[in-house]
Design a protein around this ligand. Structure first.
Ligand code: CP3
Length: 350
């Protein structure tokens, strides 16, 4: 199944540890509210989930930042919370409030979830979006599929919404570790099914978002962040040996190196708090790293953005590296700053 076009794709080269003239660039949340063309489609789509489940519209918003900026990769337009939706939990996205779910707080709630093997059927429109994108994307652009990592998805499932401290999920994990483990196990399986279906539809790289990994103390991090990621990576490797996986254990701090080594992911996406020099010395020998410009530098723009982007390029650009942000683009980002950043990265030569 090797793709004759694949060697020309910079993102795949970087993930394979090969050198490219400049590092590939894409940005987390590159499709979204900072783009007027996104806001227009979003307004016409109805709800946010309607947009995620409309292959034609989801394809369109995925392509918007590719057309505008020429990124080296497109990330499927979807959300990490389509998995709880597919497991039968009520999920809604409220204007100005973010996601709201009917919380799953105990063993009975977990037992009432649909089977992880039902996810593929429930999320068929998402895979249709992937298939359409694989047809419509330029041949040098890599298509990234994704899912939320079990811990991060569980924080929303248990808490019913985003929270600053992930308190509800943590308390369930600390008070009833076996109950919480049952939820994590379901999510490991559902995530493997969801990512496998994306690969079967045409995704070339997968990213696992563990946005809240950094809130876990070491022993819980091992159990609920590292171990599930390792299991997901191993199962995907058995099914699709050539598909690289990038993980984003945001805030992993001193656990990042162990996480990278033990999960055996191909790429590690770094949050803004990781020192590029430390990443070069400790992480780039393990595999490709991705990151980690502060999304607020992209809002501010100007010399400060240029100097700090250049610092990242100079430090990490000589090894396997993908330029990205340390977290997603924020809605108040001026679109022209993104254009300037893409030019800066594409003009850089190591
Ligand atoms: O990166 C991309 O361009 C691909 C699409 C994508 C979205 N969400 C679209 C989206 C991806 C990869 C995600 C991942 C996601 N979703 C994460 C992990 C990464 C991260 O950013 O930390 C998380 C935690 C979520 C859950 C989620 N979805 C929240 C908390 C919110 C509300 C906050 C917000 O920005 O409004 C969403 C909604 C969401 N997902 C939007 C987009 C473009 C905005 C909703 C809208 O357009 O109305």
């Amino acid at each position: 199944m090797s793709d004759p076009k694949a060697p020309e794709k910079k993102l795949l080269k970087a993930l394979a540890g090969e050198k490219t003239d400049h590092p590939p660039i894409w940005l987390m949340r590159q499709a979204g509210r900072y783009l007027p063309e996104y806001r227009k489609v979003r307004a016409d789509a109805g709800s946010f989930l309607d947009l995620c489940y409309s292959p034609r519209l989801a394809e369109e918003v995925t392509l918007q930042p590719i057309r505008r900026y020429g990124f080296d990769a497109a990330i499927l337009f979807s959300d990490i919370l389509v998995v709880p939706d597919a497991l039968g939990q009520k999920v809604a996205f409220r204007e100005g409030e973010g996601p709201v779910l009917e919380p799953v707080t105990d063993a009975a709630g977990i037992a009432a979830l649909d089977s992880p093997s039902d996810v593929k059927q429930a999320l068929a429109p998402v895979y249709e979006t992937v298939a359409r994108l694989r047809e419509s994307l330029p041949s040098d652009v890599t298509l990234i599929g994704f899912a939320g990592a079990p811990w991060t998805v569980a924080t929303y499932m248990v808490g019913g919404r985003g929270s600053p401290d992930q308190g509800a999920a943590k308390l369930l994990a600390y008070r009833e570790p076996e109950t919480f483990q049952a939820l994590i196990d379901i999510l490991v399986e559902a995530t493997v099914e969801h990512l496998s279906a994306q690969v079967e539809a045409g995704a070339e790289v997968l990213q696992l978002f563990d946005t809240w990994a950094g809130s876990l103390p070491e022993l819980s991090f091992e159990r609920f962040a590292l171990k599930p990621a390792k299991a997901i990576r191993a199962k995907l490797k058995a099914r699709f040996p050539h598909i690289p996986v990038i993980a984003f254990p945001r805030g992993a701090g001193g656990m990042a190196e162990r996480y990278f080594l033990e999960t055996e992911v191909d790429g590690l996406s770094l949050d803004t708090g990781v020192s590029p020099a430390v990443a070069r010395d400790r992480l780039q020998s393990i595999g490709c790293v991705q990151g980690n410009l502060d999304p607020l530098l992209l809002v501010a723009g100007g010399d400060e953005m240029r100097v700090q982007a250049a610092h990242i390029l100079e430090t990490l650009g000589h090894g396997p590296f993908i330029f990205n942000l340390g977290h997603g683009i924020v809605p108040q980002t001026p679109p022209e700053h993104v254009g300037e950043l893409v030019r800066l990265v594409k003009d850089w030569r190591g």
